[in-house]
Design a protein around this ligand. Structure first.
Ligand SMILES: Nc1nc2c(ncn2[C@@H]2O[C@H](COP(=O)(O)OP(=O)(O)OP(=O)(O)O)[C@@H](O)[C@H]2O)c(=O)[nH]1
Ligand SMILES: [Mg+2]
Length: 651
């Protein structure tokens, strides 16, 4: 199997081992909140798989393509619309299939492979046979309740932390399924758009690409032309690729990278290598192409590099950097403080400690008050931002309407294309500005309402240092000047870096739905196009002119799309601000816990006998060394990741 994410997998393994060590060390130090923090980072990495989502219209060969990646016929594929639900394929030693339901309260259900196949690819009803029609309808209704199926399989391909998602074809009229496919795309690490060499880029494919895929990060879209084997000569293949390149360059505005493959041949090649003998219905042995001819190896190589160097780095760097920061604090602050508390006497210690405790209570109050202010301010900002957003949406509508005016006597498809061409870039750009505005607003609100709080913390930190060095002036609130002037990083920095993270890449497909919700499609083109489908009767049915009708439809579409977008905006805002508030409280709680821990250690240390003091000093030295060693190893990992990134940049 050529698909390997080796560098990433090694780095990941190394990081997990180190985090495990750190967690143990904090456990020894009885710093339970830190153990917990590190464990969370551990779990994040552990659960963080790469998600490759395969999209395209029905019968483009998505399921066959995935089977070929896997080297096994796992997903049903037929010459008619087949896949009905999202199938998430993940690694496990034991194969199993579980259905997860739309209703989150309902527990997932295990299903046998045989039943699964007949469920997701149900036999069509025999026309005119009520019993068979009823059965078909029941199956379809059941399918609607399913959110996704998770297929576990012990395939080496998936062992590199890859989840692969098979989606139902998009030219499907069910808006729910469309919505699921839409919301999956922005949360995936890579989307593979499958086209057919036989009918390159239909109108609906173009609009799918523009309206949905391009609303996201273009980097993660791989365009794959399937059915290579249907083109007989190399010349034909070159022609199709060139045609696709020109067409796509118009839509993408960049040089697209296109792959041509035969999924069917690749699947057969791999099945043969795996010892399967394949025969036609008449018993003739099928001789598949060699895997080199199928175009699969180039694609897999590119995919692996992309995941490894681009996505992999992002996924690992953040938790590594965060844990380095946690260790650094321990090495620079806590351990030296503890050492000095073991080696010198502190006058009037108990009194001073109880003063600190009062200060901590005070900090808690200030923190709560600041949170209330943040809450109020965010509420106010929400109204301002909504107004801003509505105004921007109106501008998009105006552009669309004036494009309509300029083109209203053209053919309806031309009208809709012109309207779409003028509005889609504006919407994309608006989405980007919206994200930035939300992030900036949150940062500004949190920072401006926590100045006092942050100042108090700095005072406590510096007093703590004095205390350990036996210089604490009881009751002093004066910061040493250099401390105040020093440009301190905000305590809440982690919140902001996490925010931009959660927009650009989500760790899990299903629990960050609010991020995905930003990509509800406008429905504009479909809406206008539906006028065509409504037929001649509709156009000539009454006195209202055709142009008026189209315009009315267009305005309805805009109205509807704005309403949806505002609703999504509200959800996004709500999701993000809730997350921010939770993290804010956690950061404060962690800092309080940390200070309390230091105070307790201090009290304990000053009561030790001489022999115990020596023992403890020895213990601290050892901890120090272990922390140093881990920190070094993590820093090396970061360097390796950066080097890999440079060496493996996907062109
Ligand atoms: N000749 C040839 N046939 C292919 C290739 N890939 C897929 N097929 C066939 O095309 C048909 C449709 O394939 P599927 O994999 O079911 O397509 P799909 O995109 O998953 O379709 P839906 O699930 O309905 O959206 C099946 O009969 C496949 O055997 C290919 O590369 N070459
Ligand atoms: Mg399918």
């Amino acid at each position: 199997m050529s698909f390997k994410l080796e560098a990433y997998t090694n780095a990941r393994h190394n990081v997990l081992t180190q985090l495990n060590q750190i967690s143990k060390l904090y456990n020894e130090r009885r710093e339970h909140h830190k153990t917990e923090e590190i464990n969370e980072l551990y779990n994040d990495i552990e659960q963080n798989n790469f998600q490759i989502t395969v999209v395209g219209e029905f019968s483009r060969g998505k399921s066959t393509f995935i089977n070929a990646l896997l080297g096994k016929k796992i997903l049903p594929s037929l010459a008619r619309p087949t896949t009905t639900i999202l199938n998430v394929i993940s690694y496990a030693e034991e194969p199993s299939i579980n259905l997860h339901f739309q209703d989150d309260k309902k527990t997932s259900e295990k299903i046998q492979e045989k039943d699964f196949k007949s469920l997701v690819a149900p036999k069509e009803a025999i026309q005119g046979d009520p019993a068979s029609e009823k059965e078909y309808e029941q199956t379809i209704n059941y399918l609607k309740q399913i959110k996704y199926a998770r297929i576990h399989h012990p395939l080496p391909f998936l062992k590199d932390q890859v989840d692969i998602i098979d989606t139902p074809g998009t030219n499907d009229m069910d808006p729910n399924r469309e919505h699921i496919t839409n919301s999956i795309i922005p949360t995936s690490d890579a989307a593979i758009l499958l086209l057919s060499a036989n009918k390159i880029l239909s109108d609906s494919e173009r609009s799918f690409l523009r309206d949905r895929l391009l609303r996201n990060d273009i980097q993660k879209i791989f365009v794959v032309i399937n059915f290579k084997d249907d083109l007989k000569t190399e010349g034909d293949r070159q022609k199709v690729i060139q045609h696709a390149e020109t067409e796509l360059a118009n839509i993408l505005h960049t040089e697209p990278k296109i792959f041509m493959v035969s999924s069917l041949q690749a699947l057969n090649a791999r099945r043969k290598v795996n010892g399967e003998e394949m025969k036609t219905k008449r018993g003739r042995i099928i001789e598949p192409w060699s895997i080199e001819e199928t175009g699969f190896l180039e694609l897999e190589k590119e995919l692996a590099e992309f995941l490894q160097y681009d996505r992999g780095n992002v996924k690992l760097q953040r938790p590594v950097q965060r844990s380095i920061r946690v260790i650094q604090d321990t090495l620079e602050k806590q351990i030296p403080q503890e050492k000095s508390s073991l080696t010198q006497e502190i006058n009037g210690l108990h009194g001073k400690v109880s003063e600190f405790r009062q200060k901590l209570d005070h900090i808690k109050t200030i923190g709560d008050e600041a949170l209330q202010k943040i809450d109020r301010k965010l509420e106010q900002k929400y109204h301002e931002l909504t107004k801003w957003y509505e105004w921007e949406l109106d501008q998009v509508q105006e552009t669309g309407t004036s494009t309509f005016e300029d083109n209203k006597y053209a053919h309806i498809e031309e009208i809709s294309r012109a309207v779409e061409n003028s509005t889609a870039p504006l919407e994309r750009e608006l989405h980007t500005r919206k994200i930035k505005k939300i992030q900036d607003t949150i940062e500004e609100v949190v920072e401006s309402n926590t100045k006092h709080l942050q100042h108090e913390w700095l005072t406590i930190d510096s007093n703590m240092n004095f205390l350990y060095n036996n210089q604490a002036e009881s009751g002093t609130n004066n910061l040493p000047i250099d401390l105040e002037e020093k440009n301190q990083e905000s305590f809440f920095q982690d919140i902001y870096s996490d925010l931009s993270q959660s927009w650009s890449s989500s760790s899990s497909i299903f629990n960050k739905a609010f991020v995905a919700a930003g990509f509800v499609l406008t429905g504009l083109v479909e809406g206008v196009a539906s006028i065509v489908n409504a037929g001649l009767n509709w156009l000539f049915g009454d006195r209202e002119s055709k142009v008026d009708k189209i315009e009315r439809q267009l305005q309805n579409q805009f109205y509807d799309s704005k309403r949806k977008k505002k609703e999504v905006f509200k959800q996004e805002w709500k999701g993000i601000t809730e997350t921010v508030k939770k993290r804010y409280m956690k950061i404060i709680q962690n800092k309080i816990n940390e200070t309390e821990h230091q105070l307790n250690t201090l009290l304990e240390n000053t009561q030790l006998e001489e022999a115990e003091v020596q023992e403890r000093l020895e213990g601290l030295k050892q901890q120090e060394q272990r922390f140093h060693y881990i920190k070094q190893s993590l820093e090396e990992t970061i360097i390796t990741l950066e080097q890999n990134e440079k060496a493996g940049v996907v062109q």
